[in-house]
Design a protein around this ligand. Sequence first.
Ligand SMILES: [Mg+2]
Ligand SMILES: [Zn+2]
Length: 184
Amino acid sequence: MNKAIFLDRDGVINKDLSYVYKKEDLFLLDNVIEGLKELKAQGYFLIVISNQSGVARGFFKEEDVRSFHEEIQHRLIENNCSVDAFYYCPHYVKGVVEKYSIECNCRKPKTGLVEKAQKDFDLDLGECVVVGDKVSDMELAKNIGCMGIQIQGNYPLSTDYPVKKDLLEVSEYVKEITTFRIKS
Ligand SMILES: [Mg+2]
Ligand SMILES: [Zn+2]
């Protein structure tokens, strides 16, 4: 079985400009490349798990989400780095686009997307880590039963999970605790 880092997208990889979908609004956050490389070197799959309710809200289309993800991957590849997969939830129960305005099982902190990734990558969820900038990301970690790490951004902080400033700090922390686990 394998292990993965479940990465939130907005506020973890790229700047959270609120319902961002245009390529010109893609700004990678500090130390993203370095952090992803370090996590990869530790043997993790890098899997983006993202709520994109802007689709249900009628702000943009699924094609926009996918081309934004292609652009992220492109920028990473330019820096000799990449993520292994992008999973997103386009739903929102109070949306305006009928097709997407449902109570789904994949909007975080629900676990539908993680369960899909678990099958696709044969993951041992107990060895996985959720990284996000919202308390709801930490709720996802709790619902999966894995470790959670919150990145400090524009949102209230959880009191139950460690807080780090960027993905490089996250990678250092993950290394530290997994080394400790092996020793003990
Ligand atoms: Mg976020
Ligand atoms: Zn969904």
